[in-house]
Design a protein around this ligand. Structure first.
Ligand code: RRO
Length: 306
């Protein structure tokens, strides 16, 4: 079954995308992920200056997923440019995740990393002072940053949203008003964990962001709300580890899905999600497009009957 999809201004051979932050710091690792079946890849978030990130421990495996506070470690756009060149040989769209403290920094990074197939604006990291969700919880800032990057590049601009807000649709609308071609939902959920022998918070940064299966229902709800509220496509991310998870996100309204934490269990996840999705569509005699937003149509149909 054909899995080619148009998502947020890009054409993907299949709707699975490597999420930002995982295996995204070198061109070689991005190429390797593409060779394992990802329809597109997103880089680690890249900024103006190099950063070491937060002190260790910065990533912990829990029963229900992972909690991280990496702290935006990255080599800066100047150093990353050569990695992007390598990644571009991957044969799939390469999306540059970028961050900044303000419009000018976002614009500088986007302009300093030419050649990306699209830019994903990180306004949603939950634990980096002055960056991420500190901007991404303010609709005016999200709109301004989106507009600034949109005016500086001639490829699609996606905006990755934080779930750590009362109303994610208000932020999604701000991105749309700024000219975003898609929103990506969701980044990690604010979280922490404590060592009960010592009483110390375990992460070097004290708190961080939760990813993996625990956040899947949160992400599905965010995608569902955004699909209803916006005119631009939604890319789903959060706890997807198999084809059934991907179907759930598509039904909620995602045009494509990003996979992050599940990559730690093996790069086969991209091919196995595509294969499972294809088998599912064949069994149901449906096309991929029929799945996107299906739950909304089912709910409306039921409401109509009452
Ligand atoms: O680097 C990180 O600590 C990080 C980032 Br940029 C992000 O967007 N989300 C996250 O959970 N961690």
């Amino acid at each position: 079954m054909r899995l080619t999809v148009e998502a947020g201004g890009l054409t993907l051979q299949n709707p699975t995308i490597l999420a930002a932050g995982i295996l995204g710091t070198t061109g070689a690792s991005l190429k390797r992920v593409a060779s394992m079946g990802a329809g597109a890849v997103v880089t680690k978030s890249i900024g103006v200056e190099p950063r070491y990130g937060h002190p260790n421990p910065s990533m912990i495996k829990l029963e229900c997923g992972y909690i991280n506070a990496m702290g935006l470690p990255n080599p800066s756009y100047r150093e990353f440019l050569q990695e992007l060149e390598v990644a571009r040989q991957a044969g799939v769209p390469v999306i540059a995740s970028i961050f900044g403290a303000n419009e000018a920094e976002f614009r500088e990074v986007a302009e300093g990393l030419p050649g990306a197939s699209a830019y994903e604006l990180n306004v949603s990291c939950p634990h980096a002072k002055g960056y991420g969700m500190q901007l991404g919880t303010d609709p005016a800032l999200v709109e301004a940053v989106t507009r600034a990057v949109k005016g500086a590049v001639d490829v699609p601009v996606w905006v990755k949203l934080t779930p750590n807000v009362t109303d994610i649709t208000a932020i999604g609308r701000a991105a749309q008003d700024g000219g975003a071609d898609a929103v990506v939902a969701i980044n990690t959920v604010k979280a922490m964990t404590i060592d009960i022998d010592s009483g110390y918070p375990i992460l070097g940064n004290i708190s961080g962001g939760l990813s993996g299966p625990a956040i899947k229902p949160i992400a599905v709800k965010c995608v569902y709300e955004l699909y209803e509220a916006l005119d631009i496509p939604v890319i789903g991310v959060g706890g997807i580890s198999n084809w059934a998870d991907a179907v759930e996100f598509l039904m909620a309204g995602a045009s494509a899905v990003e996979i992050g934490s599940a990559v730690y269990d093996g790069l086969e996840v991209f091919a196995s999600v595509s294969m499972g999705l294809s088998d599912y569509l064949e069994r149901k005699n449906m096309k991929l497009e029929d799945l996107v937003g299906l739950s909304h149509r089912v709910v409306k149909h039921e409401a109509h009957k009452c």
